[in-house]
Design a protein around this ligand. Structure first.
Ligand SMILES: N[C@@H](CCC(=O)N[C@@H](CS)C(=O)NCC(=O)O)C(=O)O
Length: 210
C-alpha cells in the first residue's frame, strides 16, 4: 500500500489538483476510487468514515485523512518543501489565491461544468448566473497572467495547481476559452512540465452518462 492514498474520481478537478501535486512532488501514491456519481459521498458511511464534508478529494497519509484541496496542497507544500512560495509574502499571496479559487474561480465553473458539461441539464437562469460569475473570475485571472508565467513569483506554486485544476477538462460548458489567451498559455506552460499528466491518466473515471 502506498504512503499516499488519494480518495478521488477522475472527473473531479478538485481531486486532480492534489493528484498533480503528488506527481510533481514525485511521491509514490495510489488513487482510491470513490463512486461519486453513484452517490457514495452522500452516504452516511462516507461522511462518518472518510470525509464529514461529503466531498472528494481526501488524502490519506499513513492512515491520517485530510480533506479540502487547499488544505491538502498546503500540507504537501510544507511536507515536501516544494511549490509553497519563497517567503512569507508569497505564502500569503498563495493563500489569497487558494481562497479566491475555492470561492470564485473553481466553484462557479465546476458547478457550471457539472450542469452543462456533464449532466446536460439546469435552469437557464442558474446557468446564466454561473456563466457570468465564471467569466468574471476567468477575466481576473487572465488579466493577472498577462505579464507573468505563474500566479505567484516566477515559479510554479500550489496556487497554480489549485486554479488550473479544471482547465484540462474538455466538456463544452458554453464558455469560449479562446477569449482568455493568457489562461490558455499558462495551462499549456504547466502541461509542458515534466511529470504533468491529464486527469484521466491519473485517476479512474466514474461518469457513465454523456
Ligand atoms: N473546496 C473543496 C471542494 C470539493 C468539492 O466540491 N468536491 C466535489 C467533487 S469535485 C464534491 O465532492 N462534491 C460533493 C457535493 O458537493 O455534494 C475542495 O477544494 O476540496
Amino acid at each position: 500500500m502506498s504512503a499516499y492514498r488519494l480518495h478521488c474520481v477522475g472527473e473531479s478537478g478538485n481531486a486532480y489538483k492534489v493528484a498533480l501535486m503528488l506527481e510533481f512532488c514525485e511521491y509514490e501514491w495510489e488513487p482510491v476510487f470513490v463512486d461519486f456519481f453513484g452517490g457514495e459521498t452522500r452516504s452516511a458511511a462516507y461522511r462518518s468514515e472518510i470525509n464529514p464534508f461529503g466531498e472528494v478529494p481526501v488524502l490519506e497519509i499513513e492512515g491520517e485523512r485530510i480533506a479540502q484541496s487547499g488544505a491538502i496542497l498546503t500540507h504537501l507544500a510544507e511536507r515536501s518543501g516544494k511549490f509553497g512560495g519563497q517567503d512569507e509574502k508569497q505564502r500569503l499571496a498563495i493563500l489569497g489565491w487558494l481562497l479566491f479559487d475555492n470561492h470564485k474561480f473553481t466553484s462557479y465553473y465546476a458547478t457550471l461544468r457539472w450542469m452543462v458539461g456533464l449532466m446536460k441539464t439546469g435552469d437557464p437562469a442558474v446557468i446564466d448566473f454561473l456563466t457570468k460569475r465564471a467569466l468574471s473570475a476567468f477575466s481576473i485571472v487572465d488579466k493577472h497572467l498577462a505579464n507573468r508565467s505563474f500566479l505567484v513569483g516566477d515559479e510554479l506554486t500550489i496556487a497554480d495547481l489549485s486554479l488550473v485544476g479544471y482547465q484540462y477538462y474538455e466538456e463544452d460548458t458554453g464558455i469560449d476559452h479562446s477569449a482568455f489567451p493568457n489562461i490558455q498559455a499558462w495551462k499549456r506552460r504547466i502541461a509542458s512540465l515534466p511529470r504533468w499528466k491529464h486527469p484521466y491518466d491519473l485517476m479512474p473515471r466514474g461518469f457513465k452518462g454523456g
